[in-house]
Ligand binder design. Sequence first.
Ligand code: SF4
Ligand code: SF4
Length: 384
Amino acid sequence: MAPPGPPLWLLAELTYRCPLHCAFCSNPVDYARHDAELDTAQWRDVFTQARALGAVQLGLSGGEPLLRKDLETLVGHAHGLGFYTNLITSGIGLTDARLAALRVAGLDHIQLSFQDSTRELNDFLSSTRTFDLKQRVARLIKAHGYPMVMNCVLHRHNLPHVGAIIEMALEMGAEYLELANTQYYGWAWENRQALMPTHEQLREAEAVVNAYRARIGNRCKILFVVPDYFEQRPKKCMNGWGTTFLGVAPDGVALPCHAARMLPGLDLPNVTTRSLREIWRDSDAFQRFRGTHWLPQPCRSCDSQAQDHGGCRCQAFLLTGDAAAMDPVCDRSGEHGKVMEIVLQGRLAEAQARTREHGMVFRSDGNSLRLSSEAGCAGRKSAK
Ligand code: SF4
Ligand code: SF4
């Protein structure tokens, strides 16, 4: 196999600590069992190595990256290396003083998350009272002259609010709005019945988005992606496993996809014991699903294999118990019925008008420890 190109996008998950408890958090369900964090010198070294490999874009994420007191130091180092730096934050802890310091350090871009356009739902979904604070932080970000992406994870509770969410983004002066339909990994997988939308909700929300796009043009660019479960063909996982994305978890575990930590049998390398070059080019974890040589049938004989590489490995594992299976989102998969069944169960839950409060498991240290011990193997649990 030809050597891979550079990992253009480095995602540094600086910490799993977070003051919020989102019911759809993409952090691993067993995050509370991984509380070690790289120190400042180790992160600086990771950034230096990644830049030498050709990485150009750096996402600083978590958990909540503002909980790291050395965030400004890390941003300054990354900026000095020539990275385009993006802070991905809930906004909690983003004060006027920290924004000024991040400006001096050279931070390029901020992505601020909201859970909804209403205080009630925003605060319910994050299990905190943070809506008003986030509004103040959005104003501060703009006052400091930053381009801002507003991010809102969508599911059946807030899809009917899409118009109001767009209005909120316009009012705040966001240049981009990412309406990120829930992908069902991590905590969202635990809550899939409570979060799964209906086809009608998705169609209506998409129509609202298209009407706004036609009306507001480039004033705010809106990204809206239909969730995998409502497609007939899977997406190319991470633009192709080991082609573009390199994630590093708080404890130094290197990840070909931010959810890959749950995959059994994948010996994930750690930046504290191996060089980033070796990890990216030669490690089994990054080689395992790189390219198409490993594809099972019918993907191996399918015309679409170059477009989707057989879909998402984590989705395949969660739905079939086998990370090397074809993604059951594909309607050529013998397991596609499992996707349809989950969508149907979501519809039934909606029809039975279960209240939001019932059936949601919020991200917390206690729930993380409980769920991962129930799973019996560090949070690795599939539907099989
Ligand atoms: S999704 Fe919510 S709980 Fe998870 S890291 Fe982001 S803000 Fe924190
Ligand atoms: S059969 Fe495999 S390669 Fe073909 S469309 Fe489905 S997932 Fe993609």
